[in-house]
Design a protein around this ligand. Structure first.
Ligand code: AHR
Length: 513
């Protein structure tokens, strides 16, 4: 009896070594919804060092290589990232911004105070031409956020005509006078930002009417080119906001409804950007994974009014938000970016893929030197953050078909609370290549994942991994490549079965051919 018990224990222990703790089934021959590339969008606000001393260093008095004042290294890095769209000029700043202040000769442009972000002087040297020309350089679509809170309908009509009308309008003539012959043809337009707060403290019923008024006069540039108008959306889980907008705005004047959700531990005590405890990390991930519920529940509300899913959900602000880096201006929202941010990025993108039938645009906040930035700068130096690397590794999913999958995963536990340790997403691109992205958020334990590939006999698997010893690890100006993607050798194929070994805090993207 004793011998049999010992044998059982040995076998059981052995089994835990060979049986994967996590099981995934990927239906590689199924899938109908496309993961819009636009969920890989970014955001550039006149906030802290995002525009000035970030994207834009000015034409004069700088030794930093630039074209028309825009840093060339940033343009190159964003090209490599394949960013599909860039939202500008805010954020809260958008509802204080008067676009006409930012056109014409730079020395004649008026200055204003940036009241939301530190009361600094905004000299308007970076305006509409600078932004739209920069988008052309990067090869990305501009997404303009219009001023509803303190602007006028006429101001917005004029802006749409200034940037989109080829001729036959005083605004088109003004643009030409200012040196730009061809219209830019901007399609994506936000009608106000966070109008429940910094954008005017409105109630949803009131805003629905305001939106209807503004949207009525926002026309395309010819009969074939309709604008894509995006209503200022809910904060986090305010489902009533979405309900009222979907109910009260006719859908022929509504192309998208926004949602904002940040991963914040506590708005009164956001915690350090890099010296955080495991409990703080866990809470951040709880907040990040809450995105799944937020998107699912807003979708249910939208389905009620729009079962054919014509109106897009636009998550045009998301990311981690911590206390600013010690010694920096509190209003500039500059924070370091660690492996924790890589975990937020990987899991959030997997969530967006899962709901890609509704989520069709999203914007990480923000691109340079603000919040969960993909790039940080210091003088002429520039570093790519762990978040940059995740977004670059993941860009193989852009415009690919989302593959339905099921997952059974171990839990990552801290105290009495637990979260799913592994997050997975899969897609098939236009050439038939399948990509699977996996995230192990557990900082203490590797995860073995067994993936059944249904409907595909893959011949080869290759991959890349982003990982580091500690979840607090990050890149610095002195050590810019501490966290960077490497070749991944932890995956093997046997018939339909794919075995993957994920180290603690890691993001892996596999290619199956
Ligand atoms: O991204 C920073 C700020 O967060 C934006 O300006 C605002 O829209 C949000 O509250």
């Amino acid at each position: 009896m004793k011998k049999r018990l010992i044998l059982f224990c040995v076998l059981a222990t052995f089994q835990t070594f060979i049986v994967a703790q996590n099981k995934v089934i990927v239906n590689a021959d199924m899938g109908k919804d496309v993961i819009s590339k636009h969920i890989y969008g970014h955001f550039a606000e006149h906030l802290g060092r995002c525009i000035y001393d970030g994207f834009y260093v000015g034409e004069k008095n700088t030794t930093i290589p630039n074209k028309d004042g825009i840093r060339t290294d940033i343009v190159q890095a964003l090209k490599k990232l394949k960013i599909p769209n860039l939202r500008w000029p805010g954020g809260c700043f958008a509802d204080t911004y008067h676009w006409k202040d930012g056109i014409g000769p730079k020395d004649k442009r008026p200055s204003m105070l940036n009241v939301w972000w530190g009361g600094v002087t905004e000299d308007n040297s970076f305006g509409t031409h600078d932004f739209l020309n920069m988008c052309e350089e990067i090869g990305t679509e501009p997404y303009l956020a219009a001023n509803v809170g303190s602007g006028t309908v006429q101001e917005l009509i004029d802006w749409t005509r200034y940037v989109n009308f080829e001729k036959g309008n005083p605004m088109a003539d003004l643009r030409k006078q200012n040196g730009r012959e061809k219209a830019w043809n901007v399609k994506l337009w936000g009608v106000g930002n966070e109008v429940w707060g910094c954008g005017g403290n409105m109630k949803p019923e009131y805003y629905a009417n305001v939106y209807r008024q503004y949207a009525t006069f926002m026309t395309g540039w010819d009969n074939n080119n309709k604008l894509f108008r995006i209503a200022s959306g809910a904060s986090d889980d305010d489902y009533n906001w979405t309900e009222v907008l979907m109910r009260d705005i006719p859908h022929n004047m509504l192309e998208g409804v926004a949602v904002h959700h940040y991963s914040v531990i506590d708005w009164r005590k956001k915690g350090s950007d890099r010296a955080f405890s495991e409990q703080e990390y866990f809470t951040t991930m709880q907040k990040a994974l809450f995105m799944d519920e937020i998107v699912r529940r807003h979708s249910i509300v939208m389905d009620k009014y729009d079962p054919k899913k014509k109106v897009a959900m636009v998550v045009d602000e998301w990311g981690g938000w911590y206390e600013v880096e010690q010694g920096t201006n509190g209003a500039f929202l500059y924070q370091q970016n660690t492996m924790r941010d890589a975990m937020i990025a990987g899991t959030t993108l997997n969530i967006f893929h899962k709901y890609c039938d509704r989520v069709r645009i999203a914007n990480l906040a923000q691109a340079i030197n603000v919040l969960q930035a993909v790039i940080l700068t210091k003088g002429e130096k520039m570093i790519l953050t762990p978040t940059y690397h995740v977004m670059e590794m993941y860009n193989v999913h852009q415009d690919a078909t989302n593959l339905p999958l099921s997952i059974q995963t171990e839990n990552y536990k801290v105290g009495k609370d637990s979260l799913p340790a592994v997050s997975v997403s899969a897609s098939r691109d236009k050439e038939g290549v399948v990509h699977i992205s996996l995230v192990n958020i557990n900082p203490n334990k590797a995860q073995d994942v067994s993936v059944s590939l249904r409907g595909m006999l893959a011949k080869a698997v290759s991959g890349r991994i982003l990982t580091s010893d500690k979840v607090q690890d990050h890149n610095t100006f002195e050590s810019p490549d501490k966290v960077s993607p490497k070749e991944f050798k932890g995956a093997s194929l046997k018939g339909e079965e794919l075995k993957v070994s994920l180290p603690p805090v890691s993001v892996v993207v596999l290619t199956l051919k």
